[in-house]
Design a protein around this ligand. Structure first.
Ligand code: SF4
Length: 224
C-alpha cells in the first residue's frame, strides 16, 4: 500500500455526511470531544471488534475487525464484521473462493451502529465505502451489506447498488479535495448541531453573527 498517511479514513464519510465541518474538525484538526452518543457508539464497536471472536459454523464464517483499504480510492479502515456465506454455485463475480475452504462464498459486510435506522445515508455510505474496499481486495462484486442498530436490535439489509457506490465515490473525492486544500468547512447552525459532539468546539451560533468586514460595509452604507 502507498503512504498510509495520504489515505482517508473510511469512518470519516459518516462524519462528512452528518456535517462537513464536523469531519474537518475531527480529521483535519484532530479535535474530538466525546459526548454520550459517541461514547455509546465506541462501546458498540468494542464489542464488534473483539478479534478473538471468529466464528465458523456450517456454511458461514464471521470475521471481526478486518483491516481494509482501496488503493484506487486511497481509503482505509476497519470493518466491524464481515460474513462469508457459502452458496451452492458460482454467481458471476459476486462469489469468491476462500483459502482452505471448499465451495463458493458471498461477502456481506456488517456495521454496528448506535440508535436506530436513520433517514439520512451516513451509515449506508460508510458501509458502502467498506464494501468498495472489499471488492477491490477480493476481486469481487458485493451487492448487499447490513447495518445492525443497538436500539432496535434489528438488522437492515442495504442494497449496495451503483447509485450508492457512485455517491460514496463522489463524497470521498470532495473530502480529498478539502483535505488537499487544508480547508475546514465553515459552521452552519442547523438542527443536527444539538446532537453534535463538537458543538462546544465549533460554536455554530457564532456563524450567525455578522463578520467584522460585513459590519463595516453595512455601517458605511448607512452613513453615506
Ligand atoms: S456544531 Fe453543527 S456546524 Fe458545528 S460541526 Fe457540529 S453539526 Fe457541524
Amino acid at each position: 500500500m502507498d503512504d498510509e498517511n495520504t489515505y482517508l479514513l473510511i469512518s470519516g464519510i459518516q462524519h462528512y455526511v452528518f456535517c462537513p465541518r464536523q469531519w474537518g474538525l475531527i480529521h483535519e484538526e484532530n479535535q474530538w470531544d466525546e459526548n454520550l452518543l459517541t461514547a455509546q457508539g465506541s462501546l458498540i464497536h468494542e464489542r464488534a471488534h473483539n478479534e478473538s471472536l471468529r466464528e465458523h459454523t456450517h456454511g458461514k464464517i464471521i470475521e471481526r475487525s478486518l483491516r481494509v483499504h482501496s488503493e484506487t480510492l486511497k481509503i482505509t479502515g476497519n470493518t466491524d464484521v464481515v460474513e462469508f456465506r457459502q452458496v451452492a454455485e458460482q454467481t458471476g463475480n459476486s462469489t469468491i473462493s476462500l483459502p482452505g475452504e471448499t465451495g463458493y462464498w458471498e461477502v456481506l459486510p456488517v456495521e454496528y451502529k448506535r440508535g436506530k435506522s436513520k433517514t439520512h445515508d451516513a451509515d449506508r455510505l460508510q458501509l458502502c465505502a467498506q464494501a468498495l474496499c472489499l471488492e477491490e481486495m477480493l476481486c469481487c462484486s458485493i451487492e448487499y451489506g447490513a447495518l445492525y442498530y443497538n436500539q432496535t436490535h434489528s438488522r437492515e439489509l442495504v442494497s449496495l447498488d451503483s447509485a450508492l457506490k457512485e455517491r460514496a465515490i463522489t463524497i470521498l473525492e470532495e473530502m480529498r479535495r478539502l483535505l488537499e486544500r487544508k480547508r475546514v468547512p465553515k459552521a452552519r447552525a442547523r438542527s443536527v448541531c444539538k446532537s453534535c459532539s463538537l458543538s462546544g468546539i465549533c460554536l455554530p451560533s457564532l456563524d450567525q453573527r455578522e463578520s467584522a468586514s460585513t459590519y463595516m460595509q453595512r455601517r458605511l452604507k448607512e452613513i453615506q
